[in-house]
Ligand binder design. Structure first.
Ligand SMILES: *Cc1c(COP(=O)(O)O)cnc(C)c1O
Length: 222
């Protein structure tokens, strides 16, 4: 199936409240352009250099999301245009995004990445670290970022029950933080979870953003 067909089919199958982030990392600009022509406007990339190169040559109305591990020294490269960063995993990174966003007079939307998988290699805050961070943050300390929700990845496994449990835990934490910290804040409304192999489970567990690459663009060649 073509990229156009994949986009069309996916969009038709997703509930209206779920945003499709087309994960285009490692795919050439021609592939992104085809998705764009099929109506896709939200794209996710995981490397700063690749992202900035693509952003330069593709249409201006694309909403770029950063989804991979982000080094502090790369924030300045994406700060002029990035819409949402899904992968905030330290206070230091949060502060750097705020600082670089301020330089451009922008507000950058961020999600806090939570480690719910069993794999050690995955990034993110533990639920306790996340609680600690948010309770310690004074309301106006970081005026150029907007904390819009949480992001997480489930363990890479075939066991649907385990994936479901991990997504469920993420949703539970989201609800807790919404009530405890973000009750008056309408911006805190996103739960980014679900990839090509597990997005139907993620949607059942309350995802509002799915990050799908392979099901749109095919296998990546690294
Ligand atoms: C690559 C990537 C995805 C997309 O993975 P697919 O299995 O190709 O859908 C989603 N989220 C993150 C954080 C990724 O790095």
């Amino acid at each position: 199936m073509s990229i156009t067909e994949n986009i069309t089919r996916l969009k038709a199958s997703l509930p209206a409240h779920v945003t499709l982030v087309a994960v285009s990392k490692f795919h050439p600009v021609e592939a992104l352009q085809e998705a764009y022509d099929a109506g896709q406007r939200v794209f996710g990339e995981s490397r700063a250099q690749e992202l900035t190169a693509k952003q330069k040559v593709l249409p201006d109305d694309i909403e770029w999301h950063f989804i991979g591990p982000l080094q502090s020294n790369k924030v300045k490269d994406i700060a002029p245009f990035i819409h949402t960063i899904h992968s905030i995993d330290s206070l230091k990174l949060l502060q750097e995004v705020n600082k670089q966003a301020a330089k451009h007079g922008r507000i950058i939307r961020v999600l806090l990445e939570i480690h719910v998988a069993q794999e050690e290699a995955k990034h993110g805050f533990s639920p306790d670290e996340c609680r600690e961070l948010l309770h310690g943050l004074s309301p106006n300390a970081l005026p150029n970022i907007r904390i819009c929700g949480l992001m997480g990845m489930a363990t890479n496994t075939d066991k649907a029950a385990q994936i479901q449990e991990e997504f469920h835990a993420l949703h539970t934490l989201f609800t807790e933080l919404k009530n405890a910290v973000f009750k008056e804040d309408e911006s805190f409304c996103e739960l980014s979870m679900g990839m090509s192999h597990d997005y139907p489970i993620a949607i059942r567990e309350g995802s509002t953003m799915v990050r799908i690459g392979t099901h749109i663009f095919g296998e990546r060649e690294y």
